[in-house]
Design a protein around this ligand. Structure first.
Ligand code: ATP
Length: 199
């Protein structure tokens, strides 16, 4: 699957809208220190659903919104869109091109869109599950990630293999079903208690 396009507006140092089109092959991003190279990879993590401000090198999620400079006022909103070529149908959705958009306001309100239709973070996560693209996917190898993989417990390493094997979706559904089952069992117990009281 090919990352075709990245659009950023109001995210970190990118106050104005920028659009990066990725051609096939390798793309290198070069620039002086502090020019925003890492902010580009942060924007990709963020649009894929990253919830940890620390992973995005901030202390709170609001830190991803352009905070202004001496000559420019801070902005009230950050928006990032990523477009993936889905002609191989690697993503289980009936579109040849998939655009995921995330928007956040200073009020803390967050919005997600799939091909411009409003959706939940859960929908984005489910779409990307088992593709290696999600925020924890192995398609993003940040600084220190290799050390982390090598030194992690075998249980943690197993997650990477499970994602590659395409079984995370089924494990997640199983966990959800188990949670529902246990809350239904609790409800049943309460109903039985009430019935006993009434008898
Ligand atoms: P290096 O080569 O040193 O790793 P880099 O090119 O990767 O640098 P980044 O770390 O991506 O640079 O960008 C850092 C710049 O982004 C800093 O100048 C910082 O002030 C700016 N920046 C980060 N968050 C915001 C924000 N919310 N609003 C405005 N500017 C921001």
């Amino acid at each position: 699957m090919h990352l075709k396009r990245l659009e950023i507006q109001g995210f970190k140092s990118f106050a104005n809208k920028i659009e990066i089109n990725f051609e096939s092959g390798i793309t290198g991003v070069v620039g002086p220190n502090g020019s925003g190279k890492s902010n580009i990879s942060d924007s990709i993590r963020w649009v894929l659903g990253e919830q940890s401000a620390k992973t995005l090198r901030g202390s709170k999620m609001e830190d991803v919104i352009f905070s202004g400079t001496t000559s420019r006022k801070p902005l009230g909103m950050a928006e990032v869109s990523i477009t993936l070529d889905n002609s191989s149908k690697a993503l289980p959705i009936d579109y040849g091109e998939v655009t995921i958009t995330r928007r956040v306001y200073r009020s803390g309100e967050s919005e997600y869109y799939l091909n411009k239709s409003s959706c939940r973070l859960k929908d984005v996560r489910e779409l990307l599950m088992d593709t290696g693209i999600g925020k924890d996917g192995y398609s993003i190898i940040g600084q220190g990630k290799i050390d982390e993989i090598l030194s992690n417990k075998s249980e943690d390493r197993r997650q990477i293999f499970e994602e590659a094997a395409g079984i995370v979706k089924y494990k997640t559904r199983k966990d959800e079903a188990e949670k529902k089952l246990s809350s239904t069992k609790e409800n049943l117990l309460r109903v039985l208690d009430i019935l006993n009281e009434l008898e």
